[in-house]
Unconditional design. Sequence first.
Length: 124
Amino acid sequence: MYLFYIHQFFSNMCPPPAIKFNGLVNQGSTCYLNSVLQVLFMTKDFREAVERHTSDNPDTENIDLQLESLFGDLKSESANTLKITKKLCIKNVYEQQDAAECFEKILAKTSDGSSQVFLRTADT
């Protein structure tokens, strides 16, 4: 009974968060990629730019379509990164990479409208 009261006390002090966050499935050692993708998803201006500049052609060189799909999944559930890993030509998912290099690679492969969100920030 005592534990019940403790639980009630702390439940009232710390209400559950209003927003539920979803994660990305780690394919092996792709935590560097997942971290970068989570940052991009949580950057509202970038997320909206990707949604605005997405091409309907999946064969296009940029990865906006894959990012838009991934971001859509993350809004409601955990997501996997298989399509984006393939588009980024990551062959060995068990090899760790540098997150900063991954970030630059992703920006280089997004549309100009999407990547400008970060380039504009760097220029100001």
